[in-house]
Design a protein around this ligand. Sequence first.
Ligand code: PGA
Length: 249
Amino acid sequence: MRKNIVAGNWKMNNSLQEGIDLAKDLQKVLNGKTIRCDVVICTPFIHLASVAKEITTIGLGAQNCADKVSGAYTGEVSAAMIASTGAKYVIIGHSERRAYYGETNVILKEKVLLALANNLTPIFCIGEVLSEREAGIQEQVVGTQIKESLFDLSPADFGKIVLAYEPVWAIGTGKTATSAQAQEMHAFIRKTIAGKYGKEIADNTSILYGGSANAGNAKELFSNPDVDGGLIGGASLGVDKFLPIIEAF
Ligand code: PGA
């Protein structure tokens, strides 16, 4: 059966030492607690190797990887380099990468392949912007993102992916999707996967919700049958805010 996952996305926050301290503090409070989900933190690249030494039960991830294997790509970080730090996950296709860095479905497809080739679990983000939701075309938008980036994968490879539905209008805005809106989209995503790869793979795919999830709304969001956890931005930057979300399961 699919896993429940709560993943923190630190985005471009924390100095090296602040990140080490946050990871250490989180690991400390989780030790000895009974947790009913996998916990992952996705840090900036510079934290990965150091944070890897501070965590035992927490999974580690990056927030992006290059769409090239290696070589003369100044400023880029490859999936192999990420894996060499001990990280096991990588966020791919976050809406901020799509919007500010021009990442297209075709580029993201390459990134997913490279992540998988290096045994990283992609946390693949999808979601519509406000004008698309207002026009009622959110399912079409999300369906296209999934198909163009992921539907050439073999069933075995698709089975290794985690999806994160993040309505762009809900990210960092304090405006969460309602529990019903989240469930409706997650059910659509699972149905879309089932249509291509069959019910078993669809039922085994973890689909996380992201967008202003917090201690106050996590329980309701996670109680939906098709919501398997969260990708948490702002509320992952403090143990006091992140822990109650983990404990919402
Ligand atoms: P937020 O970010 O929780 O701060 O809205 C979520 C994300 O962008 O992954």
